[in-house]
Design a binder for this molecule. Structure first.
Ligand SMILES: [Cu+2]
Length: 176
Protein backbone atom coordinates (compact mmCIF):
# COMPACT_ATOMS: atom_id res chain seq x y z
CA UNK A 1 0.00 0.00 0.00
CA UNK A 2 1.09 3.49 -0.77
CA UNK A 3 0.46 4.74 2.75
CA UNK A 4 2.54 2.04 4.25
CA UNK A 5 5.46 2.82 1.99
CA UNK A 6 5.15 6.48 2.85
CA UNK A 7 5.20 5.83 6.57
CA UNK A 8 8.24 3.59 6.23
CA UNK A 9 10.06 6.15 4.16
CA UNK A 10 9.24 8.93 6.60
CA UNK A 11 10.34 7.01 9.65
CA UNK A 12 13.60 6.05 7.99
CA UNK A 13 14.31 9.62 7.00
CA UNK A 14 13.23 10.99 10.34
CA UNK A 15 16.33 9.57 11.98
CA UNK A 16 18.61 11.52 9.70
CA UNK A 17 16.63 14.51 8.47
CA UNK A 18 13.96 15.38 11.03
CA UNK A 19 13.30 18.75 9.44
CA UNK A 20 12.68 17.44 5.96
CA UNK A 21 9.81 15.04 6.65
CA UNK A 22 7.53 17.73 5.24
CA UNK A 23 8.85 16.95 1.80
CA UNK A 24 7.22 13.53 2.01
CA UNK A 25 3.74 14.95 2.54
CA UNK A 26 1.37 15.42 -0.37
CA UNK A 27 1.99 18.66 -2.17
CA UNK A 28 -0.45 21.35 -1.13
CA UNK A 29 -0.75 24.67 -2.81
CA UNK A 30 0.53 27.59 -0.79
CA UNK A 31 -2.14 29.94 0.49
CA UNK A 32 0.09 32.90 1.27
CA UNK A 33 3.28 34.24 -0.23
CA UNK A 34 5.63 34.34 2.70
CA UNK A 35 8.97 36.12 2.71
CA UNK A 36 11.69 37.15 5.15
CA UNK A 37 10.80 34.47 7.67
CA UNK A 38 13.23 34.42 10.55
CA UNK A 39 13.49 33.47 14.20
CA UNK A 40 15.34 35.49 16.78
CA UNK A 41 18.28 33.58 18.14
CA UNK A 42 18.49 33.70 21.94
CA UNK A 43 20.98 32.53 24.53
CA UNK A 44 20.23 29.00 25.75
CA UNK A 45 19.05 30.29 29.15
CA UNK A 46 16.15 32.06 27.46
CA UNK A 47 13.45 29.49 26.93
CA UNK A 48 11.40 31.38 24.41
CA UNK A 49 11.77 33.45 21.30
CA UNK A 50 9.76 34.85 18.44
CA UNK A 51 9.35 34.33 14.71
CA UNK A 52 8.76 37.09 12.18
CA UNK A 53 7.80 37.15 8.51
CA UNK A 54 5.88 38.97 5.86
CA UNK A 55 2.57 37.42 4.93
CA UNK A 56 1.23 38.39 1.53
CA UNK A 57 -2.29 37.35 0.64
CA UNK A 58 -2.50 37.10 -3.16
CA UNK A 59 -6.09 35.81 -3.10
CA UNK A 60 -9.33 37.72 -3.34
CA UNK A 61 -10.49 36.60 0.06
CA UNK A 62 -9.33 37.34 3.55
CA UNK A 63 -7.00 34.67 4.93
CA UNK A 64 -7.14 33.90 8.64
CA UNK A 65 -4.38 32.10 10.52
CA UNK A 66 -5.85 30.31 13.50
CA UNK A 67 -2.92 28.31 14.83
CA UNK A 68 0.81 27.81 14.48
CA UNK A 69 2.76 24.67 15.23
CA UNK A 70 6.48 24.04 15.37
CA UNK A 71 8.47 21.06 16.53
CA UNK A 72 11.12 23.24 18.19
CA UNK A 73 8.89 24.60 20.95
CA UNK A 74 6.20 23.21 23.23
CA UNK A 75 3.82 25.97 22.21
CA UNK A 76 3.57 28.54 19.47
CA UNK A 77 1.25 31.47 20.03
CA UNK A 78 0.28 34.47 17.95
CA UNK A 79 1.05 37.68 19.83
CA UNK A 80 0.57 41.37 19.27
CA UNK A 81 2.37 44.24 20.94
CA UNK A 82 0.43 47.07 22.49
CA UNK A 83 1.42 50.25 24.29
CA UNK A 84 0.24 50.33 27.88
CA UNK A 85 1.13 53.66 29.48
CA UNK A 86 4.25 54.01 27.30
CA UNK A 87 5.23 50.47 28.13
CA UNK A 88 5.21 47.75 25.47
CA UNK A 89 3.39 44.62 26.45
CA UNK A 90 2.41 41.63 24.42
CA UNK A 91 -0.89 39.91 24.26
CA UNK A 92 -1.96 36.58 22.86
CA UNK A 93 -4.41 36.71 19.98
CA UNK A 94 -6.57 33.93 18.57
CA UNK A 95 -6.02 34.73 14.94
CA UNK A 96 -4.18 36.84 12.42
CA UNK A 97 -6.30 38.20 9.59
CA UNK A 98 -4.67 39.11 6.30
CA UNK A 99 -6.99 41.10 4.04
CA UNK A 100 -7.24 40.16 0.35
CA UNK A 101 -4.34 41.50 -1.66
CA UNK A 102 -2.50 42.87 1.35
CA UNK A 103 0.73 42.16 3.16
CA UNK A 104 0.77 41.68 6.91
CA UNK A 105 4.12 42.04 8.61
CA UNK A 106 5.18 40.14 11.70
CA UNK A 107 8.11 42.11 13.04
CA UNK A 108 9.99 43.02 16.23
CA UNK A 109 7.92 45.45 18.30
CA UNK A 110 4.84 44.31 16.39
CA UNK A 111 2.85 41.17 15.81
CA UNK A 112 4.86 37.98 16.07
CA UNK A 113 4.72 34.25 16.59
CA UNK A 114 5.91 33.44 20.08
CA UNK A 115 7.78 30.17 20.48
CA UNK A 116 7.37 29.14 24.10
CA UNK A 117 9.39 26.51 25.98
CA UNK A 118 12.02 25.82 23.35
CA UNK A 119 12.95 22.15 23.24
CA UNK A 120 16.54 22.72 22.24
CA UNK A 121 19.11 25.26 21.38
CA UNK A 122 18.58 27.43 18.32
CA UNK A 123 21.81 28.25 16.56
CA UNK A 124 22.18 31.07 14.07
CA UNK A 125 21.77 29.68 10.59
CA UNK A 126 19.45 26.86 11.68
CA UNK A 127 16.17 26.51 9.88
CA UNK A 128 12.99 26.26 11.90
CA UNK A 129 9.88 24.88 10.25
CA UNK A 130 6.60 26.47 11.24
CA UNK A 131 3.22 25.16 10.21
CA UNK A 132 0.42 27.67 9.82
CA UNK A 133 -3.17 26.50 10.11
CA UNK A 134 -5.85 28.53 8.37
CA UNK A 135 -9.48 28.97 9.32
CA UNK A 136 -10.58 26.79 6.40
CA UNK A 137 -8.44 23.92 7.60
CA UNK A 138 -5.62 24.31 5.13
CA UNK A 139 -1.98 24.38 6.24
CA UNK A 140 1.17 25.98 4.99
CA UNK A 141 4.72 25.25 6.03
CA UNK A 142 7.27 28.03 6.42
CA UNK A 143 11.03 27.76 6.79
CA UNK A 144 12.44 30.44 9.06
CA UNK A 145 16.15 31.07 9.50
CA UNK A 146 17.54 31.63 12.98
CA UNK A 147 19.34 34.96 13.23
CA UNK A 148 21.70 35.90 15.96
CA UNK A 149 20.38 38.91 17.85
CA UNK A 150 21.97 38.78 21.31
CA UNK A 151 21.56 41.33 24.04
CA UNK A 152 20.52 44.31 22.00
CA UNK A 153 17.46 42.58 20.63
CA UNK A 154 16.49 41.13 23.99
CA UNK A 155 16.50 44.61 25.45
CA UNK A 156 13.78 45.78 23.12
CA UNK A 157 11.33 43.47 24.84
CA UNK A 158 11.38 45.50 28.01
CA UNK A 159 9.74 43.95 31.00
CA UNK A 160 9.65 40.37 29.84
CA UNK A 161 13.33 39.73 30.43
CA UNK A 162 14.09 40.95 33.92
CA UNK A 163 17.69 40.57 34.87
CA UNK A 164 19.09 40.58 31.37
CA UNK A 165 21.23 43.58 32.26
CA UNK A 166 23.49 41.34 34.26
CA UNK A 167 24.76 40.27 30.87
CA UNK A 168 27.09 43.23 30.86
CA UNK A 169 29.19 41.76 33.66
CA UNK A 170 32.62 40.61 32.62
CA UNK A 171 34.01 37.33 33.77
CA UNK A 172 33.28 34.75 31.13
CA UNK A 173 36.12 34.09 28.76
CA UNK A 174 34.72 32.00 26.01
CA UNK A 175 35.96 32.11 22.48
CA UNK A 176 39.39 33.04 21.25
CU1 LIG B 1 5.18 37.44 22.36
Amino acid sequence: MRNRLLITAVSLLACIYPASSHAMEPVQEDVLEISNAWVRGVPPVVGHTAAYMELMNPTEEEVVITAVYTAVAEHAEMHMMTMDNDRMTMRKVDEIRIPAGETFKLEPSGWHIMLIDLKGRLTAGDTVTLDLTFADGRHQGVSAVVKRMDMMAIDDEKGSHKGSHHGSMKGSHKGS
